[in-house]
Design a protein around this ligand. Structure first.
Ligand code: ADP
Length: 361
């Protein structure tokens, strides 16, 4: 079993590119890796997804075939990369990792395709950002395990079919809606990852505290879980912070009081919203009178990219009913007004259609 983690372009031809990434990014990735589950049984939550993957694993083991191509979608930090690494460990096959934006042209993806061993896995993160020409280039790869190379130009042009080993492409995306249907249809399994509930996150926090050799009480794990926006990556980050706080300000044991103080210090509130979430809601309520407003206007007001708002901020606010999305734009809900301590408007926005949603201020 060998894991090649390569994120630069033309990686196989230039292994140095992989080590040229900034040290700080490398450190956080390693820190994240140390908490990643390695087996499917260790994956917490996402039970239906794990069950289906177990069936696929068993079938491909019995038939001696590669896994089918799998597409994972869902907000960042929910386990898309983790599922891919777990599948590679379960099958004891090679894993190569890259991302849509790193595969700028056909030449960038070629080394991954020609180096892929029989049954191995190629993980493409942010696959919705694959340029169209590269996307079309990998259609025959996904269907027939071959690449079509065009030699020459004009009437003298010839197409050379290059057979490849049979391997698996695992794609991950935060925006499945941006994937073209020909690409989406070439994945045999589509798995959508959901936000985690508090009990699942508390289990993840407890297991990871043990990996970090930190003592944490059940109440503290629940508090962290409540304030982690349903996202394991955030739960891990918050656990590390709370652990540092416990070491610096206390005896190293993470109690409920320690967890609360540490998270308050980071301005993470009782609902798990951070400063960026609250700025978003404040802008929506104060600048846009609660909406409806488009994401472009919000992004410009907050000086945050639209992608960050759509991928990282809005999914949790939508899921926890702080905002709703309507054909005319985003609207703040009564819950958002209450949470931030704003008076609710007397007249309800049309999108709410239900009289009861906006009671008298
Ligand atoms: P994504 O690829 O969706 O952005 P990752 O797979 O990188 O998210 O997950 C971030 C971190 O969250 C991982 O390093 C891992 O520690 C943790 N994690 C994700 N899913 C699970 C899970 N089901 N069980 C336990 N930990 C998880």
């Amino acid at each position: 079993m060998r894991e090649r983690k390569i994120t630069g372009s033309a990686p196989a031809a230039n292994p140095a590119a992989a080590s040229a990434s900034p040290a700080i990014a490398d450190t956080s990735e390693k820190a994240n890796d140390s908490l990643r589950p390695t087996r499917l049984v260790d994956m917490i939550g996402q039970k239906a997804v794990a069950d289906r993957l177990r069936v696929a694993l068993e079938a491909c083991r019995k038939r001696g075939e590669p896994l089918p191509h799998i597409l994972f979608d869902g907000p960042p930090g929910l386990g898309k990369t983790t599922f891919a690494t777990v599948l590679h460990q379960e099958l004891k096959v090679e894993l190569a990792m890259t991302s849509g934006p790193a595969l700028d042209k056909k030449g960038d993806v070629m080394p991954f395709l020609t180096n892929a061993a029989e049954g191995s896995i190629l993980f493409i993160d942010e696959i919705h950002r694959l340029p169209k020409s590269v996307e079309e280039f990998i259609y025959p790869v996904m269907e027939d395990f071959r690449v079509d190379v065009v030699l020459g130009e004009g009437v003298a042009a010839r197409t050379l079919n290059l057979p490849l080993k049979r391997f698996t492409i695992i794609g991950a995306t935060t925006r499945s809606g941006m994937l073209s249907s020909p690409l989406r249809d070439r994945f045999h399994m589509h798995e959508h990852l959901e936000f985690y509930d508090v009990a699942e996150l508390a289990r993840i926090v407890t297991v990871n505290a043990a990996k970090l050799k930190t003592t944490i009480t059940h109440e503290a794990a629940m508090e962290l879980a409540h304030r982690s926006r349903g996202t394991p990556r955030l739960a891990n980050a918050r656990l590390r912070w709370v652990r540092d706080y416990a070491t610096a300000r206390s005896d190293g044991v993470v109690t409920e009081t320690v967890a609360r103080e540490a998270l308050d210090m980071q301005e993470i509130d009782r609902e798990g919203l951070d400063r960026q979430d609250r700025r978003y809601l404040e802008a929506l309520i104060q600048v846009f009178a609660g909406g409806p407003t488009g994401v472009e206007a919000l992004a410009a007001t907050l000086a945050i990219s639209q992608d960050t708002l759509s991928d990282e901020v809005e999914p949790f606010l939508l899921r926890s009913h702080f905002i709703i999305r309507t054909p005319r734009g985003r609207c703040a809900t009564p819950k958002a007004y209450d949470h931030l301590g704003f008076r609710q408007p007397k007249a309800k926005p049309k999108e709410f259609g239900q009289e009861t949603l906006f009671g008298p201020a």
